[in-house]
Design a binder for this molecule. Sequence first.
Ligand SMILES: CC(C)(COP(=O)(O)OP(=O)(O)OC[C@H]1O[C@@H](n2cnc3c(N)ncnc32)[C@H](O)[C@@H]1O)[C@@H](O)C(=O)NCCC(=O)NCCS
Ligand SMILES: Nc1ncnc2c1ncn2[C@@H]1O[C@H](COP(=O)(O)OP(=O)(O)OP(=O)(O)O)[C@@H](O)[C@H]1O
Length: 203
Amino acid sequence: MIRLGLTGSIGMGKTTTADFFRQEGVPVYDADAAVHELYRHEAVEPIGAVFPEAIVDGVVDRTVLSQTLAQNPDKMKALEAIVHPLVRRKQQAFLEDQELAGADLVAFDIPLLFETGGQKQLDKVVVVSCDAETQRERVLARPGWTEEKLAMVLARQMPDEEKRARADFVVETGFGLEIAQAQVKDIVQALRLEADVPWLEDE
Ligand SMILES: CC(C)(COP(=O)(O)OP(=O)(O)OC[C@H]1O[C@@H](n2cnc3c(N)ncnc32)[C@H](O)[C@@H]1O)[C@@H](O)C(=O)NCCC(=O)NCCS
Ligand SMILES: Nc1ncnc2c1ncn2[C@@H]1O[C@H](COP(=O)(O)OP(=O)(O)OP(=O)(O)O)[C@@H](O)[C@H]1O
């Protein structure tokens, strides 16, 4: 089975590109969805111990948590120390399920893949990317986003240029949906060929 990482900075088009992989029949693990799920269940207790104000009606309130982090950026480390091991556990469970199901190719949509060293457990990485201006326009079009909030997030992410340099494949999302979808089809075809003919990998 080939394990493919799917990553990219904020607003680059990861979610849209992940859906293109799903349309090709590739099971995709969604790290953001895993975090949302954890914030309703397993993560409530440990986060409440460090960020009591962030627990509202028995779940983690992301708006309150964001406000705390905006005032105390240093606290992000404490949050990550709680969240990342829980996310990794969910990822492992997904992998085991897909192995049992006999999948030939699976993808992991992980926004902070390189930042957390997650690529070491994967075989290939796809980086989703576009020009900085398109990225900025996309993010600022979202409700509640400001230049300051975007700058705060970008400062914590590896620069796009570095991500592109580390990628095995780059999906360009600045030229429309069709071009990006065609690139995904090509990547899936190439990887499925490799999964069927494993010795190609060594050549
Ligand atoms: C800070 C939180 C509360 C903000 O939640 P909110 O719903 O407002 O935004 P969202 O989660 O969609 O994130 C917005 C952008 O910030 C980026 N981002 C999120 N967490 C981090 C982080 N730890 N470091 C750098 N960028 C981050 C995301 O990739 C995304 O591009 C939330 O992102 C969070 O709890 N983050 C810590 C957990 C984490 O590291 N998640 C990343 C996926 S494993
Ligand atoms: N190939 C593409 N062509 C045109 N628009 C695109 C393309 N890919 C994504 N977009 C648009 O860009 C915006 C951001 O895309 P998406 O939500 O997939 O990004 P993301 O990387 O998952 O964002 P985040 O990391 O912030 O969650 C959306 O409005 C989406 O429609």
